[in-house]
Design a protein around this ligand. Structure first.
Ligand code: ADP
Length: 297
């Protein structure tokens, strides 16, 4: 089964074009939707999760017309939003039991077995009697995964899941996500390149509502192979390089900026060719888009 998005657009009342004619096919497995803040990721996730209306376009999940059959979608959807908003003062066990009931697991014995299995799966069994409001960020996210798995979903949407998690929590969350079945479409929306690098076999990059890349991370890396150059510079030189070269990233290493620039030839003395990373792909795609916009304007 695939999720087929065709010509999807959404403009807010403020005039912001959050999605601009997005056409994208998402296969089963883990799919990374990568974009900077404000790119339109949450708008897309909310439309797919039936929480928001699109202005134009179609979305098909197998036989299901996602934009028109909202009831049908909700039956097969697992959604982990960026923020739950208010965390309930009830225990993890009570909350999962309640959500399972809402999702139609009416048989008490069946529900008990399901809730217990989910709590074990996301490693919250020993905390099952604690109130969710008192959970750490990582525990809340794991609880979020547990509730999104109720009802054997075919489409799982995870919006910015690792923001605010410490490295240990992030790893536990990654491990959990990779256990979700291969036959489910899982969309992971994130601005963190590492999330996509570690988890996703396919990805898309969006910026300002436009789809800029769709394909595998490996193909994206091949696209800039041999064209990424690295140099350690001083802070004072940064502005000069930013204007004279196609700067795609700038990281501090032991207090000194290490820059990556994109180019077909050695940009100048002192640069060395370096293996591209997904971060290089991301920033070169985004900056190409920004440059194109500047030229047009
Ligand atoms: P992302 O999730 O990638 O950060 P969003 O989908 O939240 O992006 O936002 C895309 C654009 O739409 C941004 O410019 C944002 O300010 C704008 N936007 C998002 N939600 C609303 C809203 N409810 N009303 C008006 N503008 C919005």
């Amino acid at each position: 089964m695939e999720l087929i998005i065709n010509g999807l657009s959404k403009t807010y009342g403020s005039g912001v074009k959050a999605l601009d004619n997005v056409t994208l096919t998402i296969p089963t497995g883990m799919f990374g939707l990568l974009g900077p803040n404000g790119a339109g990721k949450s708008t897309l996730m909310r439309i797919l999760a039936t929480l928001q209306e699109a202005d134009a376009g179609t979305v098909q999940l197998g036989d299901l017309d996602v934009l028109n059959d909202k009831e049908g979608v909700r039956k097969v959807l697992g959604y982990l939003p960026q923020e739950f908003g208010v965390y309930p003062r009830v225990s993890a066990y009570q909350m999962l039991d309640h959500i399972a009931l809402l999702k139609g697991v009416v048989n008490g014995g069946e529900r008990k077995a399901l809730v217990e299995a989910l709590l074990q799966k996301v490693n919250l069994w020993e905390h099952r009697k604690r109130r969710i409001a008192g959970f750490s960020g990582g525990m809340k996210q794991r609880f979020g995964i547990a509730q999104s798995l109720i009802g054997e979903p075919k489409l799982i949407i995870v919006d910015e899941p690792t923001a605010g998690l410490d490295p240990g929590e992030r790893n536990r969350f990654y491990n959990l996500l990779t256990e979700i079945g291969e036959n489910v479409v899982v969309i992971l929306s994130t601005h963190i390149v590492q999330d996509v690098q570690e988890l996703c076999s396919n990805m898309a990059i969006i910026n300002k509502g436009k789809l800029l890349y769709a394909g595998s991370p490996n193909n994206a890396l091949r696209g800039i192979d041999g064209r990424v150059w690295e140099k350690s510079i001083t802070k004072a030189e940064l502005e000069r390089y930013a204007t004279s070269h196609r700067l795609i990233s700038n990281k501090l290493v032991a207090g000194r900026p290490v820059i990556h620039v994109l180019g077909d030839q050695l940009p100048e003395e002192g640069f060395v060719r370096t293996e591209p990373t997904l971060e290089d792909v991301f920033f070169s795609t985004i900056t190409a888009d920004t440059t194109a916009n500047t030229v047009r304007a």
